[in-house]
Ligand binder design. Structure first.
Ligand SMILES: [Zn+2]
Length: 78
């Protein structure tokens, strides 16, 4: 298991997400951003919009995924 925080994934807070793969933490961040939006948390809105546009434009988002997967791969285990 590795841990990435909301802020490491482009968000504004330090909530930690744990996962076996980069996709796990990306999905956890997506859920976190959706919940923040539902709760009316304006501080997460920019990150939420960026994530939404990544789902809509996966080709343009390739660089972000690559960087995030790279950052995840470089994290220590645990
Ligand atoms: Zn957050």
């Amino acid at each position: 298991m590795k841990t990435m925080t909301c802020s490491q994934l482009g968000g504004p807070c330090d909530l930690a997400h744990q996962g076996e793969t980069a996709d796990d933490v990306i999905n956890a961040q997506d859920r976190h951003l959706k919940e923040a939006e539902k709760a009316g948390d304006a501080t997460h809105q920019a990150a939420r919009d960026a994530m939404k546009s990544r789902w809509r434009h996966p080709k343009k988002a390739m660089g972000w995924y690559r960087d995030t997967k790279q950052a995840f791969a470089e994290l220590p285990e645990g």
